[in-house]
Design a protein around this ligand. Structure first.
Ligand code: 2P0
Length: 334
């Protein structure tokens, strides 16, 4: 941290979340207000640990994965800290040290865990009085999907109503009771490099130019309602079917963007074929894909070994389950 820090660091840990009904498109880019609501599961792998300490030096210092952040990466964090400072009525700059245990920028939700951890740590460092809903709204301003990682288990992100500040007040995530479902999510990592087109740019381009965008958004609202019911009745095959069609639809919207965005690679498609083969064998396994080529396969815990075995030679496999919400940790717990 260097010698110019004031007081103790606030340290938070957050986990990525994978959407089963996707967030894809903003109606308000300033406030990060989505076109549609979304629903996710927070994972128990790939945590981000973020320490925030106030500094007597001018300017924010940001260290991401042991390297000083520059350019856009630094600007995103500094803008986020400006928000926290404005709310807290403070003007000190900060030193931020953040480390992702998982791949960064590979469609494995590092921005979700990253801004959820930053929201919790920065709020604590600046003495901001924020409950979980306020933290979710705050995290949303760093990266939309981060609002869901404030919570563990399943979370729904309400699109909210209106734009600007009205939208800001009504667009937050909250947990939904789905722990009884207790699924496994098999993460098939086919490429852990950073994506060529950011999800922010890809969703903007999709909204602006894809003739498939509106139909997908309309269908996604229905998917969200059906997903909530499927989770409530613990119907894993229904949860999986809705998640898979919602994700394939999202990828279809971006294929028709101009210029087209395609995150899936031949290896992703090979995994999708194996998921179909598993289903043909009677195993309830369903795929979802985000802004990258990696495929996540939802299944019952009882089937996770069979699914893992079926995918092992096609990708690096990580097995995830429902994980915890973002939280402060004591220094000695790190
Ligand atoms: C999601 N994704 O629901 C969707 C599905 C990727 C595909 O949220 O611009 O990093 O920072 O709000 O949250 C990734 O987008 O985008 C994302 P910004 P974010 O998980």
């Amino acid at each position: 941290f260097g010698d110019n820090v004031i007081g103790d660091a606030a340290v938070a840990v957050a986990h990525p979340n994978i959407a089963l009904v996707k967030y894809w498109g903003k109606r308000d880019e300033t406030y990060f207000l989505p076109v549609t609501g979304s629903l996710s599961m927070t994972l128990d792998i790939y945590p981000t640990t973020t320490a925030v300490r106030l500094s007597s030096e001018p300017g924010d210092t940001v260290v991401l994965n042991d390297r000083p952040a520059v350019g856009d990466a630094h600007a995103r964090v500094a803008r986020f800290l400006d928000l926290v400072r404005a709310r807290a009525g403070r003007d000190e700059y900060a030193v931020v040290v953040s480390t992702n245990a998982g791949p960064t920028g590979a469609g494995l939700a590092s921005s979700a865990s990253g801004f959820a951890a930053l929201a919790v740590a920065a709020a604590a460092a600046y003495g901001l009085d924020a409950d979980a809903r306020a933290l979710s709204r705050l995290a949303r301003r760093g990266s939309g999907s981060a609002c869901r990682s404030i919570f563990g288990g399943f979370a729904v992100w309400h699109a909210g109503e209106g734009d600007g500040e009205a939208g800001d007040a009504s667009s937050y995530a909250e947990p939904i009771d789905g722990d009884a479902l207790d699924p496994a999510l098999i993460v098939a990592v086919v490429d852990d490099g950073a994506k060529a087109v950011s999800s922010r740019e890809a969703m903007r381009r999709t909204c602006d130019t894809s003739p498939f965008y509106r139909p997908w958004a309309d269908a996604s609202r229905v998917d969200l309602e059906e997903m909530r019911k499927a989770i409530a009745r613990r119907d894993l095959p229904a949860v999986g079917e809705i998640a898979e069609r919602n994700a394939l639809g999202m990828h279809a919207t971006m294929l028709l963007a101009r210029p087209s965005v395609r995150y899936l690679s031949p290896r992703s498609v090979a995994i999708l074929d194996r998921v179909l083969a598993l289903r043909a064998d009677g195993i309830a396994a369903y795929a979802t894909m985000d802004a990258g080529p990696n495929v996540k396969v939802l299944c019952a815990r009882a089937d996770e070994q069979r699914v893992t075995t079926a995918l092992r030679d096609a990708a690096d496999i990580q097995v995830a389950h429902l994980g915890p919400g973002a939280a402060l940790v004591r220094d000695d717990e790190r």
